[in-house]
Write a protein that binds this ligand. Structure first.
Ligand code: C5P
Length: 218
């Protein structure tokens, strides 16, 4: 029970994933990318022809999924679905299935299982509010919508994909509105979270700030 956890929550494309990886690497901790669990669930349900608005049906699928995360790959029933998981269409499916309390309950224990020695950095929307409410360090990471759209744009361009910044920004804002507006574990900062706006920061600056907060707490 004394395994340390740092939670990093925040809106879409705020840089949570990168910051989580960097902090975990510096401390030698494990990583929980909880968004990937919602993405896999949305993808699997959609492939199975399940109505994503049917929370009970999607939740019933969860225990039947054979999931593995290794070496930066996500395996669903043995198939590498990493590329599919990153698609914005899959992010939308994740947001749709994540709105159901039954789905959130079905994924709860799976997330707790990632808490292993020597420690965990957990990335998501409700890590500090619902999954690890007793975590000694909770970060709520934000960045302006313009910054987030620009970063997402660069990411896509670097992969040789084309994208339109205005469209990306509209997609991000629509997904955030859904995540904030739902009644089940909405996206919100925990009362004891430290808010970090990283719009004007490099990843190294954000990482070092979080590491200094962590040192202060230990
Ligand atoms: O972080 P990522 O973009 O991968 O998350 C995809 C979607 O999964 C989010 O928009 C959100 O709806 C859902 N999600 C969630 N709770 C989490 C992580 C992700 O509801 N802890």
């Amino acid at each position: 029970e004394d395994i340390p956890v740092i939670t990093i929550d925040g809106p879409t494309a705020s840089g949570k994933g990168t910051l989580t990886d960097e902090v975990a690497k510096a401390l030698g901790y494990h990583v929980l990318d909880s968004g990937a669990l919602y993405r896999v669930t949305g993808l699997a349900a959609s492939r199975a022809g399940i109505d994503l608005d049917d929370g009970e049906a999607v939740a019933a699928l969860v225990p039947t999924l054979e999931l593995r995360f290794q070496d930066g790959q996500a395996l669903l029933d043995g198939e590498d679905v990493s590329a599919d998981l990153r698609l914005e269409a899959t992010g939308l499916m994740a947001s749709q299935v994540g709105a159901h309390p039954a789905v959130r309950r079905a994924l709860h224990q799976l997330q707790l299982d990632f808490r292993q020695l020597p420690g965990l950095v957990a990335d998501g929307r409700d890590m500090g509010t619902a999954i690890f409410p007793a975590a000694p360090l909770k970060v709520f990471l934000t960045a302006s919508a313009a910054t987030r759209a620009e970063r997402r744009h660069k990411q896509l361009i670097s992969k040789g994909l084309s994208a339109n910044i205005e469209g990306l920004r509209a997609d991000l804002e629509a997904r955030d509105a859904r995540d904030k507006g739902r009644s089940a574990s909405p996206l919100q900062a925990a009362a004891d979270a430290i808010e970090l706006d990283n719009s004007a920061q490099t990843i190294e600056q954000s990482r070092d700030l979080v590491l200094s907060w962590w040192r202060d707490r230990r």
